[in-house]
Design a protein around this ligand. Structure first.
Ligand code: TXA
Ligand code: MG
Length: 310
């Protein structure tokens, strides 16, 4: 089905929750201040937290961004559509109400047929980007299915808003966020596009020093969190939820929520497993983290934040 109708709805100010390969987003026309304001209301998200602008292709970078570095174009060419958000200096089109008042703007081309169709239909009618955070209430677990979107925000939507169903997200973890405003790329949030991939593509060493005051809401202490308390790298006791690589046996009486056989599967299953724990009313989830680098770094990043501050 073509997304022309939904593009019209978006242009008229409706919110559209849509699938991507990472997690589901809650979208609004990035140039419509009122519609964008409703995203913050529905999510109960603080207003100074910037939104990622989803674009149809890298051709739209120049509409939203200034001073685009060559290495950033190389990244866009290699990894878009894909699970990567690039941060640029903003153009005059990127208003304070999407950047949280910052001078930078985050852009991403998602790798999902439905999302790309919607973005292309939007572009035809002059909507240059869909501003979209993950479609969960602030601080909660990101939704990886349409059903999870309903559960998170369904009651806060209006009759003209839409939740699109594009199946389960293939990656299951939010995009890698890369600050491209400096002389070398800097990872603000790890994801499926890894440091090794970035360095191979750009020929540059990823900048590890924190040289700017760019805010990333995922950097808050408690984030990506279910209602249940998460405890890391301890065996579950009876009655507790348990998530661990498949080779780790389930302790007696524990409730196994996921048994991924590799890191990709771990990422894909994690958020649904956390939701499952909440729907079963579990109080505690013991999680054995994946080892290694690459995507495992991103999984451990989210788990640490989900376990914190409870
Ligand atoms: O995979 C994803 O990135 C998903 C899907 C829907 O695309 N989106 C997502 O959005 O995770 P959200 O808002 O939940 O997290 C986006 C992160 C936030 O932590 C925000 O602070 C950061 O991106 N961000 C957005 N624009 C930024 C900017 N201009 N500078 C620094 N960080 C920015
Ligand atoms: Mg989020």
């Amino acid at each position: 089905m073509s997304q022309g109708k939904n593009a019209d709805a978006l242009k008229n100010g409706a919110l559209i929750a849509f699938p991507t390969e990472t997690v589901y987003g809650l979208g609004a026309d990035a140039s419509n201040e009122k519609a964008v304001a409703r995203i913050y209301e529905v999510k109960a998200r603080p207003h100074n937290h910037p939104l990622i602008l989803h674009i149809a292709s890298m051709d739209e970078i120049s509409y939203w961004a200034l001073d685009v570095k060559d290495y950033a174009l190389a990244l866009a060419r290699d990894f878009w559509p894909g699970p990567m958000t690039l941060i640029f200096n903003r153009s005059a089109h990127a208003k304070d109400f999407v950047t949280g008042g910052q001078e930078s703007v985050g852009l991403r081309v998602p790798d999902h047929a439905l999302a790309l169709d919607l973005l292309q239909e939007c572009l035809k009618i002059g909507v240059h980007a869909i501003a979209a955070p993950s479609a969960n209430r602030f601080g909660h677990v990101s939704p990886t299915t349409a059903a999870a979107v309903h559960e998170e925000i369904g009651t806060y939507l209006l009759p003209d808003d839409v939740i699109l169903d594009g199946g389960s997200a293939h990656v299951g973890l939010e995009s890698t966020i890369i600050d491209c405003t400096g002389d070398a790329p800097r990872i603000l949030r790890p994801g499926a596009i890894t440091q090794g991939m970035i360095e191979k593509c750009t020929g540059l060493t990823v900048n590890e020093t924190s040289n700017s005051n760019i805010r990333v809401s995922g950097s808050l202490e408690k984030h990506y969190a279910p209602n249940a308390q998460i405890i890391l790298d301890v065996q579950a006791t009876a009655g507790q939820g348990f998530i661990a690589p498949a080779e780790v046996a389930t302790p007696q009486g524990a409730i196994r929520l996921a048994a991924p056989t590799n890191t990709d599967e771990y990422a894909r299953l994690l958020y649904a497993a956390l939701r499952d724990a909440d729907s079963q009313g579990l109080i505690t989830i013991a999680i054995i983290q994946p080892s290694g680098d690459g995507l495992a770094i991103a999984i451990r990043d989210r788990l640490l934040r989900a376990a914190n501050g409870r």
